[in-house]
Design a protein around this ligand. Structure first.
Ligand SMILES: [Ca+2]
Ligand SMILES: [Ca+2]
Ligand SMILES: [Ca+2]
Length: 423
């Protein structure tokens, strides 16, 4: 027993040590407000995803290495780096700084030699503007992650402020934007979901930074989740990311450094879409359905739910009610009753993969329909109907839904004058 106890304690001790080693200190002392996060829209000098974290400290703030190691600027390029205002220590890059004179002289005198700095001790320089940009592995790592910058906290929630739909044309944002938004009341085909969203940072940081991740869900009218995208956008890294897949950049949906229109349907590296016409059981870019009965999202009412999170998992959600309408409705079954007895019944279904209607086996015509007496007509449709018109002889039969909120089964009564009924 005592041996097992001792080993468990050793393991716990090891875990604590590893955590401390993996976190690294902030490159500035005192408070460290975050004013920019990984993955934000930038156009300086060209459009790209923000590759680091901005720490909002004013001009003259001293900068020390977050982690020790060797300065990895090429020594012969020190003058150039001084002009471009950055220094690289191992895989960390400190940008927008005035290099320290002592450090600069040392580097000039040691051209061709490795120069080692100590975390939190060696003065690298001072902030040249209103913030320090800290980059880790050229944007392949997020410094705000667990075991990144030590004791990073953020209690301010992100927000998702809009959900819009656009027709998707693969890798062609110009064509997407030229069609404008698609009304949520009649969505069809392949769609892109565009969502304005942003995060805020507590501790004196900016209230217009990028969210850390985003996903979308589609819920049917019963509230069941019929599509869960998982994280589409996620800024653990921006290496290899394509900014055109992440942000909208057109007309009234022009993203900028503090306004973010995210394509929630895309990933950083893939232009995707939500195919509202997808066949059941297919991947997102698989085969399409020909009829409602084989569709993953049969025509009807749904709710699209966009979720965004910051890197501390503070959430934001927004719902948008929509109607999906990819298929023309058809009559699945028609019945005629008189005196509570079935007098006529016929039903149809689409032939698999085709749009032809075929009578089902067992179509039958039963009994006589008597003139001069009321008949009840019941029609069941392949999907929810807004309005149904039935004409018998020269008059219209008032029809009303009889299946609650479903609006698929409609009934109406009329008086039959002539001994015949054509359907
Ligand atoms: Ca936040
Ligand atoms: Ca897309
Ligand atoms: Ca329809």
């Amino acid at each position: 027993m005592s041996r097992i106890k001792t080993r468990t304690l050793c393991c716990l001790g090891l875990i604590i040590i590893v955590r401390n080693i993996w976190a690294y200190q902030w490159p500035v002392t005192g408070d460290h407000p975050v004013t920019g996060t990984l993955g934000e829209w930038r156009n300086t000098p060209i459009m790209h995803l923000h590759e680091g974290v901005d720490i909002g400290k004013g001009e003259g703030t001293e900068i020390y290495p977050s982690a020790g190691g060797f300065i990895s600027n090429s020594p012969g390029d020190i003058e150039r780096y001084q002009n471009e205002k950055f220094i690289r220590v191992e895989n960390f890059k400190y940008i927008h700084i005035v290099l320290d004179h002592v450090l600069l002289d040392t580097l000039r005198n040691q051209v061709g030699q490795d120069y080692e700095v100590t975390a939190g001790v060696t003065l690298l320089g001072t902030v040249s503007g209103n913030h320090l940009h800290l980059e880790e592995s050229d944007g392949a790592l997020n410094p705000l992650r667990d075991r990144g910058l030590d004791n990073y906290t953020d209690g301010a929630d992100p927000v998702v402020s809009s959900i819009e739909f656009y027709l998707d044309f693969m890798s062609d944002p110009v064509r997407e934007s030229s069609y404008g938004t698609v009304p949520a009341g009649s969505l069809f085909g392949k769609l892109d979901i565009l969502s304005e969203s942003k995060d805020a940072q507590s501790g004196g940081g900016s209230d217009t930074v990028s969210v850390h991740r985003m996903n979308y869900k589609v819920l049917n009218s019963a509230g069941e989740t019929v599509l869960d995208s998982g994280d589409t956008l996620r800024f653990d890294s921006v290496a290899g990311g394509n900014i055109s897949f992440v942000y909208a950049n057109f007309g009234s949906r022009q993203s900028n450094q503090s306004l973010y229109y995210y394509w929630a349907t895309n990933t950083q590296t893939q232009d995707r879409y939500w195919n509202t016409r997808l066949k059941q059981g297919e991947d997102w870019n698989g085969a399409v359905a020909a009829v409602n009965s084989e569709a993953a999202y049969p025509d009807g009412r749904y709710t699209v739910h966009v979720e965004a999170y910051d890197i501390r998992n503070n959430p934001a959600v927004q719902d948008q009610n929509i109607i999906v309408d990819n298929f023309a409705p058809y009559v699945k079954e028609l019945s005629v009753f008189q005196n509570d007895q079935s007098r006529y019944n016929a039903s149809w279904e689409h032939e698999s993969g085709e749009m032809n209607l075929s009578p089902l086996e067992g179509e039958r015509q039963t009994g006589d329909i008597k003139a001069g007496e009321l008949i009840t007509i019941r029609a069941e449709f392949s999907e929810e109907m807004e309005e149904v018109t039935v004409q018998v002889q020269d008059s219209f039969v008032p029809m009303a839904p009889v299946d609650g909120m479903e609006n698929r089964v409609w009934e109406g009564n009329c008086l039959l004058n002539i001994y015949s009924l054509n359907t």
